[in-house]
Design a protein around this ligand. Sequence first.
Ligand SMILES: *Cc1c(COP(=O)(O)O)cnc(C)c1O
Length: 456
Amino acid sequence: MAYFDGVKVVLEENEYPTHWYNIQADMKTLPPPPLSPASGQPAQPEELARIFPVALLQQEMTHERWIEIPEPIRQIYRRWRPSPLFRARRLEQELNTPAEIWYKYEGVSPAGSHKLNTAIAQAYYNQQAGIKNLVTETGAGQWGTALSIATAFFGMTCTVYMVKVSYEQKPYRRLLMESYGGSVYSSPTDRTKAGRQILAKDPNSLGSLGIAISEAVEVALESQDTNYALGSVLNHVLLHQTIIGLEAKTQLAAVDRYPDVVMASCGGGSNFGGIAFPFVQDVLTTGAHTKIVAVEPEACPTLTHGQFAYDFGDTVGMTPIMQMYTLGHDFVPASIHAGGLRYHGDSPLVSQLYHDKVIDARAYRQTQIFEAAVRFARCEGILPAPESAHAIQAAIDEAIEAREAGTRKVILFNLSGHGHFDLSAYDDYLNGRVVDVPFSSEWTEESLSHLPKVEL
Ligand SMILES: *Cc1c(COP(=O)(O)O)cnc(C)c1O
């Protein structure tokens, strides 16, 4: 039986989840199909099979509710899973709140974030399909690190296009990827047509996730034994991450709790979907009234200020066109420290749920989230990744609201990763160099007006 040791909830082996949860089984409205960038018609599986293994494409499209986790993946998960669910008692005391704050901590993975949950799964299915190399993009370096570890486990090589601004801000992230055997390039590079096209327009481009994705997809399209891997956004990635929410649900049940509020930072949506979807299931199927909140940066406010439209997943226009909230595929967000949240689009599943008002979203300024981060570190002892600090700020706001209203409530958030490789960001914050960057919505109009006409 699971038990609470006063600090964290510990599960027994027979309580570990054996299946991932597929929310497509329970959604009232499903996102419309992705469109081919070449034809503007629904993308054909053969097109996608040039860069993804069939098993992952099946997971992308299936409506089956529970997908069994293969034993070789579970075997690797056991190195750090189940991840701990902590009660943030010291933070509660500091805030003098009647609310309970619980957080799931994904920073215990060897990669330091939740991203290894899907990296392991993606590497496994690609290896089963005979693939020898995986190529990908990375923002802050978290995804590139996770995929470098996963490919090392499965005997594949890993090539990573790292957004230039992060490449320069986070040299230790690059070294970490290289230590695991990854090859890392500062994107935009002159190694690809996509990169050269961007550099011709702007030789000083800071890069963006959208640009790095274009480069990686181009490389994957060029050879048979090379596939592309995406760290967020797609349905199969969110599916793999539901291990977080499924464990959290079992852990909370062990202490007789059910959350009133579930929160997570949201870049491409996998961290958010990972913790939230098993609770969204209850909202959709049993009428639970849980408040579910995606938290994003004001500098890249995809859900709160984007448009719900068909758009490319990358900048150059090589990926399928998806219906999602977007700031426009050539939007280049300001160079904020939460690099993992600098994406112009969002998961189609998360976007549809937000559009249907099943979930909420809110945005915070960069200076706010660093204040929350150091406050949390000094209470709870964990230095959070700047991305994760968005969820901390949201949890603090909920706890203060509970104090003011004099109500008890149970708050759950996902602490998606630690900030040990973000110390230059903390250096900037502690020395007054972190500033808030305003967002201008003209970008979206301008950017979406460049989208080729799509026949629906
Ligand atoms: C990548 C990342 C995020 C954002 O994840 P998405 O799944 O793209 O929303 C949040 N926190 C950390 C620590 C990350 O590395």
